[in-house]
Design a protein around this ligand. Sequence first.
Ligand code: FPP
Length: 273
Amino acid sequence: MRDLDDIAEPGSPERALVERLDPSRLPDHVAIIMDGNGRWANARHLPRVEGHRAGIRAVRQTVETIARLEIGTVTLYAFSTENWKRPRNEVVTLMGLLKQYLRSELNTMLDNNLRFVPIGRVDQLDPSVRKELERTVEATAHCTGSIIQIALNYSGRQEITSIVRRAATDARAGLVDPDAIDEAWISRHLFTANVPDPDLLIRTSGEQRISNFLLWQLAYSEIYFTSVLWPDFSKIELLNALLDYQRRERRFGGLSDEDQSLFTAPGDLSAGS
Ligand code: FPP
């Protein structure tokens, strides 16, 4: 975590929250389902596109705060494979906003030492979008700070299905022993193979679903739902989510330290031997 003054001004409400964070227990990877842009716009009698535009401001601020907190990875769900069902002009607008974002944010990404990585079936996107994505990936490839993954044309089920197909074809071709296909093999073939699984998933707008996002990777993630609509997701909201995460006890299917101690009391078989 960088200097507190870089994260929040002294005396501000944000600063009071940052000071309560334990820097040694921040998540390594935060994943976010950014939901509620349309409702935010409707509530203001604005076209939906204005909700997405306002959503970009929230993306900018969230990514910058994550970088300053030195959290290793943030993954943002920007466009699911199901989102193609939206009206064509909304899809075109979303892709346009993405291109604009990539162009306008490149310098900020470089200033914050951020490495940009798109995940999902980006090969199926329009060539003009792919070009901006490739340009941003190449320009930030040397950055060693936080990784910003943006999920585009992403589906968790499709990701797993294509790995199963790959396992079958590799096994048929004799390239892999079926007995060697274990969880680690699958993890190595995920879009997210180079980063740890998310410690924390945040979903805005009050919906409490995973919506086909990172199905494999979220197995043990803590989940934080907030009713705040994505365009209103401020630094305060992010810090509150991190504080809530730090109050949780992660057991990964095991027992808490306290419960464990009941089973390893003095005189336990393993003690002292
Ligand atoms: C959900 O709101 C949001 C999306 C489908 C897209 C998220 C996109 C952005 C924040 C802008 C572009 C992103 C980047 C990273 C540049 P919704 O439209 O489903 O809202 P609703 O549920 O209220 O209708």
